[in-house]
Design a protein around this ligand. Structure first.
Ligand code: SF4
Ligand code: SF4
Length: 348
């Protein structure tokens, strides 16, 4: 199957209601099937693709309570979009299905929990390469354009890469891409949880996939390993205690009471994923876009602290790390420096 070209060429100069010539089978009408979409997604570099019904699942309802408990911290945009996040049909009223994709970003570098050197700076694995919003967004645009070209009828759709008002993990679970683990990540039984999720909310009805079943069982490794006790219950994250939130989303100073537990994490945290048995032998991506940039690969906290603001800014360009901005990263490096060298360390 050739992505894009087949549909583009076939539809050239042809009215959408005209029949297509199907070699060997006479005439038939153009079709867009779930299998076609999954095959196209695979060819575009997505590692998995599933389809969920655009319905209001029970798991979507907890979000409001989670906000009310204050677990979103100062991520006020989550409060503003809470109504839309309650049901994907609040984003697209005509939605019938949610096509969810997963992309493996794991690479061959060791986990932070395997590195004995206390001076090593830790950066969340997803941020090592190019910005997934750009890479996945471009691939998703091609998939959607191919669907529009291939479909015999017009349809409405919205494509999102992480930033949309959609509880994508719930739809991923119902699309059969994995279950939501006690660490709050979607865990694919073969790929583990090192996955970027992205979705197309679509007005077309397709056969949907079977939802994934929870396979955490009695395991509590992620809850036990979290250095800040941010996983307050299975599957419930208090973001205000989470190193990922504190080093990326939180603006202003990091509360002093939280600083020691941050250790040498300068951007995000992977601990609750690293300890998960489903990530013990996780497959690795050879896609060049996810490989670690030299600027972050195996660096220690002191060497990061020695870099100028311009050097940090340059290294963050085109990477997901720009979300924290250079001054945010500088703040995190200062905290990590004090943690690894003691309170007398320079503040950067
Ligand atoms: S990312 Fe780190 S701090 Fe946040 S819940 Fe997981 S282990 Fe805890
Ligand atoms: S570490 Fe255990 S409890 Fe946590 S997400 Fe993985 S399997 Fe589930």
């Amino acid at each position: 199957m050739t992505v894009f070209h087949e549909g583009t060429k076939t539809h050239e100069g042809r009215h959408r209601d005209e029949p297509l010539l199907d070699r060997g089978h006479g005439f038939q009408y153009a079709m867009l099937t779930a299998a076609d979409i999954k095959a196209c997604a695979s060819e575009l570099g997505f590692d998995a693709c599933g389809i969920a019904p655009a319905e209001c699942f029970p798991e979507l309802q907890f979000f409001r309570e989670w906000l009310d408990r204050g677990y979103a911290g100062d991520m006020t945009y989550l409060h503003r979009s809470a109504d839309r996040r309650a049901d994907v049909r609040h984003v697209l009223p005509s939605a019938r299905t949610v096509i969810v994709t997963a992309t493996n970003y794991n690479t061959n570098r060791p986990y932070s929990t395997e590195i004995a050197d206390p001076h090593r700076a830790h950066i969340a694995r997803y941020a090592w390469g190019d910005d997934y919003h750009d890479v996945i967004g471009a691939r998703l645009d091609v998939l959607l354009a191919w669907m529009r070209d291939r479909s015999p009828e017009p349809f409405e759709a919205r494509a999102y890469v992480d930033t949309g008002p959609v509880q994508e993990r719930v739809y991923a679970q119902y699309a059969g891409l994995g279950w939501i683990g006690k660490n709050t990540c979607v865990i694919h039984p073969a790929m583990g949880s090192w996955m970027f999720l992205a979705e197309i909310v679509c007005s077309l009805p397709f056969p949907v996939d079977a939802p994934s079943l929870d396979q955490c069982g009695t395991c509590t490794l992620c809850l036990d390993a979290c250095p800040t006790h941010a996983l307050v219950a299975p599957g419930i994250l208090d973001s205000t205690r989470c190193i990922s939130y504190l080093t990326i989303e939180h603006r202003g100073d990091i509360p002093e009471s939280m600083q020691p537990a941050i250790g040498s994490h300068v951007y995000g945290c992977d601990i609750c994923q690293e300890v998960c048995p489903w990530n013990a032998v996780a497959p690795r991506s050879s896609d060049p876009v996810w490989q670690p940039r030299e600027a972050w690969d195996g660096v220690d906290v002191s060497s990061l602290a020695d870099r100028s603001q311009d050097e940090l800014r340059h290294a963050m360009r085109g990477s997901a790390m720009r979300r924290a901005k250079a001054h945010g990263l500088r703040r995190n490096i200062a905290v990590a420096l004090r943690n690894v060298h003691g309170s007398g360390a320079r503040s950067g």
